[in-house]
Design a protein around this ligand. Structure first.
Ligand SMILES: [Zn+2]
Length: 71
């Protein structure tokens, strides 16, 4: 029926600076909490931490924080 409900582009989206996927409004300018965490980690450590993969982000902020422990 109303598939248009699903598609509401408000403005041109920028790709996520980490993985190049379209950014989301929640995590702008990133596509997911994870990419946001990656960027944060990069600032903290002064180096690339872990490049984002193709995985979809499923609100796994907890995981991202845990991953930080992994070093
Ligand atoms: Zn991303």
């Amino acid at each position: 029926m109303a598939e248009a409900d699903n598609v509401t582009p408000l403005r041109p989206r920028r790709p996520c600076p980490e993985c190049g996927k379209p950014s989301t409004r929640e995590n702008f300018p990133f596509c997911s909490p994870r990419c946001k965490a990656i960027d944060l980690n990069r600032w903290f450590s002064g180096a690339y931490v872990i490049p984002a993969t193709e995985e979809e982000a499923e609100g796994d902020q907890d995981q991202a924080e845990r991953r930080h422990d992994d070093e």
